[in-house]
Design a protein around this ligand. Sequence first.
Ligand code: FAD
Length: 493
Amino acid sequence: MSKTLVCTCEDVTVEDFEKAIARGYKDVESVKRYTGFGTGVCQGKSCLARAAQLLCDKGGEPPEKLGPITPRPPFRPTRFGALASVEDFDEVPPKGIPPPINLQSSPYRPSEPAPARAKIVIIGGGIMGLALAWNLAKRGERDVVVLEKGYLCAGASGRNGGGVRMQWSTRANIELAKRSMELCKSFARELGVNIWLRQGGYLFLVRTDEGARRLERNVRLQNSLGVRTELISPDGARDVVPQLSAKGIVAAAFNPDDGVIFPWPFLWGYASGAQKLGVRVETFTKVTGFQIAQGRVRAVETDRGPIQCEQVVLASGAWSPQIAQLAGVKLPNEPHRHEILVTEPLKPFLNPLVSVLDSGLYFSQSMRGEIVGGMGDPHEPPGLEMGSTFGFLARFSKAILEQVPVLGDVKVVRQWAGCYDVTPDNAPILGRTPELPNLVQMSGFVGHGFMMAPAVAERTAAWLAGEKDELFEKFSLARFAEGRLEKEDFIIG
Ligand SMILES: Cc1cc2nc3c(=O)[nH]c(=O)nc-3n(C[C@H](O)[C@H](O)[C@H](O)COP(=O)(O)OP(=O)(O)OC[C@H]3O[C@@H](n4cnc5c(N)ncnc54)[C@H](O)[C@@H]3O)c2cc1C
C-alpha cells in the first residue's frame, strides 16, 4: 500500500489514483472528481504535473490526451472581507470564466461505435440517470445504456451544494424527501460507497412577516407528515448557530434531521453499482437526434452511431428541453445558472445548512471543514451559462458576512457554477410524453434534484416495470397544457 501523496492539500495518494484508474477513470476531469485531487487551497498548482504523469505511467494515456483540469477562480485564495468591499459589479451577470470546454473535441470520445441496441436508453449521466439505471438493474432490468456527453459529474449533479432536506411545502415533495433521506442513510451499506452524509439539520431564516407565515404553514404540513421541524425565534436560531447575527431576521424554522452529503461519491456509487449489475455507462457520447416512426422512438442517434431501443428516458437536466426538441417535443423548463463557492477548511463549528429564504443565500460546512455556499441571482437570464462571475463573489460575501460577521478573514478557495433546470411550478416533469409514449420524462428538478433522486429513481424503476403510481400523473408533462400546476414555493435561490 502506497502512502505517497500526490495532492497534499486533499491528502490524495498514488494508491487513490491507482484505484481510480482501475475503475476505468483515466481522463483528468474524472480523476479529479473521483479522488478530489486539485480541489484544495493550491487548486492543483502543485500536483497537476505529478497527476498527469501518473495518468500516463499507470493509466497508459499518451501525454497529448491529458488536458489540464478546468481552472477555477479566484486565482488566489481571497478573504470574504476583501470580496465584500467590492461595490462595482454588473447588475446582469456576464458570461464569466472559464469558457466552456468543447467536449465534442474531447480525445476521450471512444473510437468504437455505441452499442447497437438496448431495451432502455437513458440520456444523461447525472444523478437522475445513474440512480435510475441502478434501480432498474437492481430490479433485474439490465439491458440498459446510459449516455453521457461528457465525464460523469459534468452537469448539475457534480456542481451542487449536496443539501438533503425534508422541509418542503407540498405533500409529494415531503414524502419523496423523507424516502430519499432513508435511502441516503443506507447508501453505504447498499452500494459500498461513503457519501459523507451529515445530519446537522437545515435552518431557514426569513426577513418578512409574509415569509414567517409561509414557514408556519409549511411547518404544520411537515409535522403532520412526521417531519420534526420547529418554528423558532431569531434568538432560537442563534442557539442553533451561536455565530449568527440574525440581522433583519423575523422568524426561523429548524429540522435537525436534514443534512448534507458530498455530491461526487453519490454519483460514483450509483454509476459503479449499476455497472457491476451489467448497465453500460457510455461517457463522452452525445445524443444528436432520434429515429421516430409510427409515434414511437425507434432509435437514439449519437455521435458514435444509432442505438435501437424500446424506451428512452430523458434525464438530461438543464439540457432536456434542447434534446426533447430533437424529437419535436416542447418542454416548458428553462436553464438558469446558479453560482457556488467553497472556502479553505475550518474547524467544525457549523452544524446545519443555513438559508436566508428571501435572498437565496445558503451555506453549510462540509465534513472536510470547508464552508460551501451559493446564492441565486434574480437578474440571471435563462441560458446554459456555467461561467463564474466576480459579482457573485462580492454579493455572496456581503450576504454571508451580514449573517456570520466572524467569517471576514476566511478565504474563498474556489468558485464554480451549474444550471438549475427550472419549471413553471418548480416541480419536476415525469412520466410519458403524450405524443411519443416511449419517451419518458425525468427532468425539471430545479435546485433539489440531488436530494430527490434516490426516491424518484426508485419509483420510476417500479413504474417502468408496470407498477401504478399517481406521481407520474401528478407531475406529467400534460399538466402544463391542462393548467394543473403543482406549485412548490420553498425554493432556495
Ligand atoms: C449550484 C447548484 C446547487 C445545487 N444545490 C443542490 C442541493 O443542495 N441539493 C439538491 O438536491 N440539489 C441541488 N441542486 C440541483 C441538483 O444539482 C440538480 O437538480 C440535479 O443534479 C439534477 O440532476 P440531473 O441528473 O437531472 O441533471 P444533471 O446532473 O445536469 O445531468 C444531466 C446530464 O446530461 C448530460 N447531457 C446533456 N446533453 C446531453 C446529450 N446531448 N447527450 C448526452 N448527455 C447529455 C449532461 O452532460 C449532464 O451530465 C443544485 C444545483 C446547482 C446548479
